[in-house]
Design a protein around this ligand. Structure first.
Ligand SMILES: Cc1cc2nc3c(=O)[nH]c(=O)nc-3n(C[C@H](O)[C@H](O)[C@H](O)COP(=O)(O)O)c2cc1C
Length: 210
């Protein structure tokens, strides 16, 4: 028997801020922490922490949510470029400084005590202390969504050698849980993946044909 389903949106009598808090409270899906670096038209660097980030195609295209009133959004629309930096747990405290709403033209990389290094193909810098970087050109944007094409990517040497899980553990990625918390990769299990042939072998009467 499946569990009883409770509607999350049948809400009445809440103020806009109570509604926002409720939605955040019920938004349980884990997301990665990334830092987006940009420059403004004059070349002043900017960095901001984002969590609603996704890969569209491995090392080819990415997407993330950004409020249009953020410096990050304005810089990307103005210059057409950004860098996705993947921070590790070791620099969590510094990385959180990039989430502070500083006024425009403030260099959050400096404020956070992080180090800007030149990128290979775009003007926004990479953050040296992050272990993985994707340099992007703006491909498309609408409302709060930004899509980028990856034009260069780089990683610390330690992420190149070894098995997938081992390399992923070395990255010590921060996974945003909501409620001002983050988690780390814990127990790892194999996905029970199946090809069509193995599925049919184990379910001989379900060939998928009508
Ligand atoms: C945990 C956490 C997650 C955040 N996730 C996002 C996000 O996904 N999208 C977004 O636009 N802002 C997000 N923010 C807010 C930005 O980090 C923050 O407003 C930042 O100062 C924007 O900087 P900017 O104006 O330089 O772009 C998040 C902040 C925190 C603390």
């Amino acid at each position: 028997m499946s569990a009883m389903k409770v509607s999350l949106l049948a809400l009445e009598g809440l103020s806009p801020s109570q509604l926002l808090n409720w939605k955040r409270e019920m938004q349980l899906i884990v997301r990665p922490v990334v830092v987006i670096s940009t420059v403004d038209r004059e070349g002043n660097p900017n960095a901001a922490l984002k969590t609603n980030f996704m890969i569209l195609k491995a090392l080819e295209a990415v997407a993330f949510h950004c409020f249009p009133f953020h410096d990050t959004y304005e810089n990307i629309v103005d210059t057409g470029e950004f860098v996705v930096n993947l921070p590790s747990e070791e620099i969590a405290e510094k990385v959180m400084v990039t989430a502070v709403d500083f006024p425009p033209k403030v260099n959050e990389i400096e404020k956070a005590g992080l180090t800007a290094i030149p990128s290979e193909k775009v003007k926004p810098p990479r953050i040296a202390e992050c272990k993985l970087h994707m340099e992007c050109k703006l491909k498309w944007y609408k409302d709060t969504i930004i899509v980028g094409e990856v034009v260069a990517a780089s990683a610390d040497e330690e992420l190149i050698q070894g098995g997938y899980e081992e390399r992923q553990r070395r990255l010590r990625q921060m996974l945003f849980l909501g409620d001002w918390k983050y988690g780390k990769i814990g127990q790892v299990s194999e996905l029970p993946h199946k090809t069509y042939d193995t599925y049919v072998k184990h379910n001989p009467f379900r060939t998928g044909k009508p």
